[in-house]
Design a protein around this ligand. Structure first.
Ligand SMILES: Cc1cc2nc3c(=O)[nH]c(=O)nc-3n(C[C@H](O)[C@H](O)[C@H](O)COP(=O)(O)OP(=O)(O)OC[C@H]3O[C@@H](n4cnc5c(N)ncnc54)[C@H](O)[C@@H]3O)c2cc1C
Length: 443
C-alpha cells in the first residue's frame, strides 16, 4: 500500500491510483469493497495464510484487492478471535469480551477466501506444504505466517503456563484470563496492594502494561482509594513514559505520599525473578513485595507455530527481508506482525496491519513476476491513561540501511502537557480509531 500511503492528505486518490494499487478487476465490477464469489482457475496460484488474527486477516483481504484471481486459504485454530485491542478496558468494565469478538465469516464471503478452522502443526518447505492437527495437508505457492506471540515463563522461578490459566493470569492474550483478572481487581480489599510486572523488551503492545496500570489506578481512585498499585519493571524507560507519568501525576497523585501508583524501574530493582504463589509475594532484584493481586506479564518470543516450523533465529523472533516481510530463512514464506523482527516498528496491531498491506502488494507483484515496490510502513499506538485521557505515539517507517526506521521527522509522541483538552481529544481519537481499525481488519 506504499503508493497510497505516500499520498498526502490533501492529494485526491483517483480511480487510476486504486487500479494501480489494487488491480483493475478489483476496482471494476462489484467494486473494490465487494469482490464477488467465484471459482478459481485450476492452475490458480495458492496463497496459504497461517493465523487469522490482525496480520493474517488484513493480509488475506488486501491480497484479494491486489489480485482477484489468486486462491487464498486462511488456516486459523479458533472459530472466534478476541482482539487484545481494548482488552484492558474489559478488566475495568469499560467493554465486554463480546464486543471484542470477531470471526472470519466476512473475510470468507466478501473476499472469497477459503477459511479452515484447524491448528497448523508442521511445514515442509521443500514440498511447499503445511500440515494440520486434523490430518490435512495444504500445498502453497506462497505461505504467510502471522501467529502472534508466546511467553517465556521460564524467566520467572515459580511461574508457569498452568498458573497463568488459574490464579495468576497474565491476560496478555484476551479471553478467560482477562475476565479472571477483572474478578481479582474487584476483589482487592480496602487498602490492598496490586502488582503489575511488565516484560522486558521486545514485547507485544509496548504501552499495554502501562495503560493497564493506569486503569488499575483509576479503578482504585473511584472504588478503593486506599489501595495501591506497584509497577515492578525490568526496564528504566518505557514507551510514552513522559506523557504517561504526567498523566499519573495529574490523575493519581504519582510521586506524592498518597500516590495510587508507584513505578519501580529496573535500576531500582524492579525486575521480578520469582513468584511465591503460596505467600502472594514476588521477589525482585531489589527485594520482596507482598500483594493481593499479582499480574506478571511474561517476557515474550515469536508464536509457538513460528518456532515449530523453523522461522525463528537465536533471538526467538523471525528475521525478515525488510521490503517484503519475506522470511530470511525460507523462500516464499512471509512472516507478519508480532512474530517478525521489524526493528523500530513496535509489536502492535497497527504495525501488523501495515505490514500485511505491504506484504500483500509484494506477494501479488511477485506472483505476477514483477519486482515488489519500495515499502513504506506506518504505526500509531493510542493508549488511555484514564477513561478520558489519551496518549499516543506515531511514525511512518522506511527501509534505510537495511533496517525499518522512522522516516524523516515523521515520528511523534503526545506532548507532556497541563492542558485539559489535549488528552480528552486523544481519548476520542483512540476510541474512534479502534472502531474503524477492526473494520479494516475483519470486514
Ligand atoms: C492488552 C493489549 C492491548 C493492545 N492494544 C492495542 C492497541 O490499542 N493497538 C494496537 O495496534 N495493538 C494493540 N495490541 C497489540 C495487538 O493485539 C497485536 O500486536 C496484534 O494482535 C498482532 O497481530 P498478529 O497477527 O501478529 O497476532 P494475533 O492477532 O495474535 O493473531 C495470531 C493468530 O494466529 C493464530 N494461530 C497461532 N498459532 C496457530 C496455529 N498453530 N494454527 C492456526 N492458527 C494459529 C491465533 O489463534 C491467532 O488468531 C494490544 C495487545 C494487548 C495484549
Amino acid at each position: 500500500m506504499s503508493q497510497l500511503e505516500n499520498k498526502t492528505f490533501d492529494q485526491k486518490i483517483t480511480r487510476r491510483d486504486l487500479i494501480k494499487v489494487f488491480g483493475a478487476t478489483a476496482v471494476a465490477g462489484t467494486g473494490i469493497f465487494g469482490a464477488s464469489s467465484k471459482a478459481f482457475a485450476k492452475n490458480a496460484q495458492h496463497v496459504v495464510v497461517l493465523g487469522g488474527g490482525v496480520g493474517g486477516s488484513t493480509f488475506a483481504k488486501y491480497l484479494r484487492f491486489a489480485d482477484p484471481d489468486v486462491k487464498i486459504t486462511i488456516i486459523e485454530q479458533y472459530p472466534e478471535y478476541i482482539t487484545c485491542l481494548r482488552s484492558n478496558d474489559v478488566i475495568v468494565g469499560m467493554h465486554t469480551l463480546d464486543e471484542l469478538t470477531f470471526n472470519l465469516d466476512t473475510i470468507k464471503s466478501k473476499y472469497n477466501v477459503n477459511v479452515v478452522i484447524d491448528k497448523v502443526i508442521g511445514a515442509d518447505y521443500d514440498k511447499k506444504t503445511v500440515r494440520t492437527e486434523k490430518g490435512e495437508t495444504f500445498s502453497y505457492d506462497k505461505l504467510v505466517v502471522s501467529p502472534g506471540i508466546d511467553f517465556k515463563f521460564e524467566d520467572y522461578e515459580g511461574y508457569d503456563a498452568e498458573m497463568a490459566e488459574g490464579k495468576f493470569p497474565h491476560a496478555y492474550k484476551a479471553g478467560p484470563q482477562t475476565l479472571e483478572l477483572r474478578r481479582q481487581l474487584l476483589a482487592v480489599p480496602k487498602g490492598g496492594t496490586a502488582i503489575i510486572a511488565p516484560p522486558q523488551n521486545p514485547f507485544r503492545c509496548p504501552p499495554g502494561p502501562y495503560e493497564r496500570a493506569s486503569f488499575f489506578a483509576e479503578h482504585f481512585k473511584k472504588h478503593n482509594p486506599t489501595a495501591k498499585l506497584i509497577v515492578l519493571d525490568p526496564k528504566d524507560r518505557f514507551t510514552k513514559d513522559g506523557p504517561f507519568k504526567k498523566a499519573w501525576e495529574r490523575l493519581y497523585g504519582y510521586k506524592t505520599d498518597n500516590a495510587l501508583i508507584e513505578w519501580v524501574s529496573g535500576s531500582d530493582g524492579g525486575r521480578v525473578v520469582r513468584l511465591d504463589a503460596e505467600n502472594m509475594m514476588v521477589e525482585t532484584d531489589g527485594g520482596d513485595y507482598k500483594a493481593d493481586l499479582i499480574n506478571i506479564i511474561p517476557n515474550q518470543r515469536a508464536g509457538v507455530l513460528a518456532q515449530k516450523i523453523g522461522l525463528t533465529n537465536d533471538s526467538g523472533w523471525c528475521p525478515i527481508e525488510r521490503n517484503t516481510m519475506e522470511s530470511s530463512l525460507h523462500k516464499d514464506v512471509y512472516v507478519l506482525g508480532d512474530s517478525s523482527i521489524a526493528d523500530a516498528m513496535p509489536k502492535s496491531g497497527y504495525s501488523a496491519n501495515s505490514q500485511a498491506k505491504v506484504c500483500a502488494r509484494a506477494v501479488a507483484d511477485t506472483l505476477k513476476g514483477e519486482q515488489p515496490g519500495t515499502a513504506i510502513y506506518s504505526n500509531v499506538c493510542y493508549s488511555l491513561a484514564g477513561e478520558n485521557y489519551g496518549v499516543s505515539i506515531a511514525a511512518i517507517y522506511e527501509v534505510r540501511d537495511g533496517l525499518i526506521q522512522p522516516k524523516g521527522e515523521s515520528a511523534g509522541v503526545s506532548p507532556i502537557t497541563d492542558k485539559v483538552t489535549q488528552p480528552i481529544l486523544e481519548a476520542v481519537y483512540q476510541k474512534n480509531w479502534q472502531r474503524e481499525f477492526v473494520k479494516d481488519v475483519f470486514s
